[in-house]
Design a protein around this ligand. Structure first.
Ligand SMILES: [Zn+2]
Ligand SMILES: [Zn+2]
Length: 432
């Protein structure tokens, strides 16, 4: 396998407390050198002057739609989108058709990923058969064959006794449950945040309590029965509960997504279905609380909840439209431009949220550029400024509320296992 030498980049690796200009040598898929001046005459050399080199970004919450809904996305198109967005590893949720609720599906996803995946594709197994929240799956077996976590995402596990059983099993295998916190009775067919605006627009609302009551329940269950990671947190009330619970040592972690940090319910505006999400976009006070929680450590991870849909899924009346945003290709520049460049969080913190913490929480052997580690790297170009153009997405899902936004800090190069998979100049490509 070839040798790669990356020269003059600013290496930012919070796992080693590093932020300095260094050369980086890669051989046989691993990082083999990291110091001030490396010379390797035979290596393929790239000058990364003015660029930032970080541990590869990891997105633990992605919907790849394969098997079953290949018109929305495939493992191939989704992992291309990931590479273009600077992600080197993505974990795919189990709510495919059929759901990934047994070993054969986990093996199938891995096999397709081996053949067509551009980045590391890590399958998440379902917690319950058919995501119906009734009978638990063969958690140990699925983990043995590669499931990195367990989740019924898309659906909450409504029955607390079932969730308890799931946790008792995942605990035995030292795995993590990712919980979609939603009280369906309170959601009650709603399609946007419940507020004066939903009344004005005549749309059925989803109260904050739909999320917060389940967060409160999950905290109590986690305290008693095992570790839970709370997906896509969107409200101030949830964050207050999580902050308090963490202070008391509850075994919980949580994530939010870029759209909750950047948009409010106002984005629904003229019934824009690209602003329809589950959970829904909330209010400015929630958005500000999320930013505060990024800073104080209440939020552990930023995940995209990449949810690609066809045009037809979104080009219908608001109540009938599918939920979600195609998020892999915009997450890094959105967060870099609006939070790092504005000084609201440091670059180190962003890399913690998008690489170090996902690796730590899900026990992945990633999230650092230490010599010996797998050569999964993201190169960021802080000077590259361009507009989001959804027609250029590698993802089949063009559903984004960020089309036309001018952003900086795009991925300039994505390296997975020592191989360059994406450059800003050439796009996604596979080296021969
Ligand atoms: Zn969800
Ligand atoms: Zn999701």
């Amino acid at each position: 396998m070839s040798t790669l030498l990356l020269k003059n980049g600013t290496v930012v690796d919070p796992a080693q407390g590093l932020h300095k200009k260094l050369d980086l040598l890669i051989a046989d898929g691993k990082i083999t050198g990291l110091k001030e001046k490396i010379s390797a005459p035979d290596a393929e050399t790239h000058d990364l002057q003015d660029k930032i080199v970080t541990p590869g970004l990891i997105d633990m919450h992605v919907h790849l739609r394969e098997p079953g809904q290949e018109e929305k996305e495939t493992i191939k198109t989704g992992s291309k989108a990931a590479a273009a967005g600077g992600f080197t590893s993505i974990a795919c949720m189990a709510n495919t058709d059929p759901p990934a609720d047994d070993v054969s599906l986990i093996k199938h996803i891995q096999e397709v990923a081996r053949r067509h995946g551009i980045v590391n594709v890590l399958p998440i197994g379902a917690c319950t058969i058919g995501l119906r929240g009734e009978f638990i799956t063969q958690i140990g077996e699925m983990q043995r064959f590669g499931a990195v976590a367990f989740s019924d995402d898309g659906q909450p596990i409504g029955n607390a006794q079932v969730l308890r059983k799931v946790l008792e099993y995942t605990g035995m295998f030292n795995s993590v449950v990712i919980s979609h916190c939603e009280d369906k009775a309170l959601t009650n067919g709603g399609s946007m945040n419940e507020s004066a605006l939903s009344t004005k627009l005549g749309l059925p609302g989803i109260p904050s309590a739909s999320e917060a009551t389940m967060v409160a329940r999950d905290i109590e269950i986690a305290k008693n029965f095992g570790r839970i990671h709370l997906a896509h947190i969107s409200t101030k009330e949830s964050l207050d509960l999580i902050r308090q619970a963490k202070k008391l040592g509850a075994p919980i972690t949580c994530e939010t997504a870029p759209h909750y940090l950047l948009l409010t319910e106002e984005a629904v505006g003229d019934y824009n279905t690209n602003a329809k999400m589950s959970p829904p976009l909330r209010q400015e006070a929630d958005r500000l609380a999320l930013i505060e929680a990024l800073r104080d450590g209440t939020i552990d991870i930023i995940a995209t909840d990449h949810a690609p849909h066809t045009l037809d899924d979104k080009r219908v009346e608001f109540n009938l439209a599918a939920c979600g945003v195609s998020g892999l290709e915009t997450a890094l520049p959105l967060l870099y431009t609006h939070f790092v460049q504005t000084g609201q969080i440091t670059l180190e913190r962003l890399i913690e949220l998008m690489s170090v913490n996902p690796a730590r929480i899900f026990a992945l052997d990633k999230g650092t550029l230490k010599p010996g580690a797998a050569a999964d790297l993201t190169v960021i170009d802080p000077r590259l400024t361009k507009k989001v153009d959804k027609t250029k997405f590698y993802s089949k899902g063009k559903n984004t509320p960020f089309d036309g936004w001018e952003l900086s800090g795009w991925a300039a190069m994505t390296i997975v296992g020592g191989q360059i998979k994406y450059t800003a100049e050439k796009g996604v490509w596979l080296k021969a």
